[in-house]
Design a protein around this ligand. Structure first.
Ligand SMILES: Cc1cc2nc3c(=O)[nH]c(=O)nc-3n(C[C@H](O)[C@H](O)[C@H](O)COP(=O)(O)OP(=O)(O)OC[C@H]3O[C@@H](n4cnc5c(N)ncnc54)[C@H](O)[C@@H]3O)c2cc1C
Length: 410
């Protein structure tokens, strides 16, 4: 008898959602993360329609709204030398608006919902190795608990939801099947009282910028370009680099931020790393979220993908626990994920290369939008999972200030 049916390594969007859905379906799940509950991580927070749809169907959108996450009802695109284009968010079943929650808000809602559904959540528990049987099959993990003890946790399936540098992917030697080439370096900060009510994206001068309303009356304002360029600009300091890129990308966004916002908080950075698609399953293991498939953040879709893929992987794992052939169910999971992701991955590569001019980037953004539509169509066609818990969360609320910043930084 194993300790659990599934052990999930990594407790953010991908891992917490997978644990939540498995636990709601009655599986015995351990969700293990080396970080603390309510900790923050690198992100610009924008959820797209498919992500909001998932949260709504899982009965968690109310919690996001109750946590003060402002609705986003329109998106404005600014292109160098052109009039801004405004697109209203079309209300549809379960999605009246988009949202951009701070990560200590979203990830905690997901983790708490997983715990309420019966998953055992182990924070500050670092997975250091995988367990294997005599045939090399993964049979669980070894974790280092807060008191330094090394604890084996056994399960027939181990899910690596442990992000870009996934320890699980490394331990199973998961091959990279598609290697991206382009990467964005990003600088971002939170601007209090900026008052924007929609997403604003700006493209020009081989750089991009965005304004994203988030919790606490703040906007997340980002600028991005190639890693080499951002590195060069940063020699004058992060503040100078941020201002220079905001000026290069576009007057309108820069002016909006300056007019509306008070001086922003400290600048946070992401040095950039190219995307990857890894083989995401094998005997006794599977990968979900950035661990299996990461694309450049310029198209702000990683969390939305993670929420989608948590559901696809859950279907496969429940089939396996019900006696279906593991190799068939998990291969099907990856095939569906890859089919839904291919277009967006390819177009993201081109946007993140920053080699476009105004006409070309508009074509690319239309491709982004049509790739997202295909994903929404698929999710809308699925029978929604029952959402038994829609009341406000049971866990203690996180403080407004995020206590910890994890992830990669420049
Ligand atoms: C600069 C930037 C901006 C972005 N902006 C957006 C955006 O606007 N919208 C969007 O949708 N996406 C955005 N993304 C992408 C998004 O952040 C990721 O796709 C998303 O966080 C992936 O979630 P995940 O759960 O797979 O992994 P992560 O969020 O990376 O979580 C992995 C978890 O695993 C834990 N972990 C790792 N190793 C171990 C171990 N050995 N033992 C235990 N725990 C472990 C970590 O502590 C972490 O909590 C952005 C990314 C970047 C870099």
């Amino acid at each position: 008898m194993t300790d659990y049916d599934v052990v999930v390594v990594g407790g953010r969007v991908a891992g917490a959602s997978t644990a939540l859905l498995l636990a709601r379906a009655g599986a015995r799940v351990a969700l293990v993360d080396r970080g603390r509950r309510c900790s923050d991580t690198v992100s610009t927070h924008a959820l797209m329609r498919a992500g909001v749809l998932q949260l709504s169907r899982w009965g968690l959108l109310d919690r996001l709204v109750a946590a003060g996450t402002p609705p986003v009802c329109r998106t404005t695109f600014h292109h160098e030398g052109r009039r801004p284009v405004e697109v209203s968010i079309r209300p549809s079943t379960g999605v009246d608006a988009l949202y951009a929650p701070r990560r200590h808000v979203l990830d905690t809602i997901l983790v708490d919902a997983a715990a309420e559904a019966g998953a055992e959540v182990l924070h500050q528990t670092h997975v250091t190795a995988l367990l294997r049987d005599g045939h090399g099959r993964v049979t669980g993990v070894v974790a280092r608990a807060t008191d330094g003890r090394r604890v084996p946790i056994t399960a027939p399936v181990t899910v690596g939801a442990d992000g870009i540098s996934s320890m699980v992917a490394r331990a199973v030697d998961a091959p990279v099947e598609v290697q991206g080439r382009a990467a964005s370096a990003v600088l971002y900060r939170y601007v209090p009282g900026c008052g924007a009510s929609g997403y604003e994206w700006a493209y020009g001068g081989r750089a991009a910028a965005g304004v994203i309303p988030t919790n606490g009356g703040e906007c997340c304002v980002f600028v991005s370009s190639t890693p080499e360029r951002v590195r060069r600009l940063r020699r004058q300091g992060a503040e100078a680099a941020f201002d220079a890129l905001l000026g290069i990308v576009g007057g309108a966004v820069a002016e909006n931020v300056r007019d509306r916002g008070r001086p922003g908080g400290r600048i946070r950075g992401w040095a950039g790393t190219p995307g990857h698609v890894r083989r995401s399953w094998g005997p006794g293991w599977a990968l979900v979220g950035d661990a299996g498939y990461f694309k450049d953040p310029i198209t702000t879709h990683g969390m939305t993908d993670a929420l989608r893929d948590a559901e696809l992987l859950t279907d496969a794992l429940l089939a396996v626990l019900d006696g279906s052939a593991e190799a068939v169910a998990l291969a099907d999971y990856q095939a569906t994920r890859d089919r839904l992701s291919r277009d967006l991955f390819e177009v993201t590569e081109e946007v993140a290369a920053y080699e476009w001019h105004a006409d070309r980037v508009q074509v690319l953004l239309r491709r982004v939008s049509s790739a997202m539509r295909a994903e929404v169509d698929l999710l809308e066609a699925r029978v929604p999972r029952p959402a038994p818990w829609s009341a406000a969360g049971a866990g203690a609320p996180c403080s407004a200030e995020a206590p910890e910043l994890g992830g990669h930084h420049s």
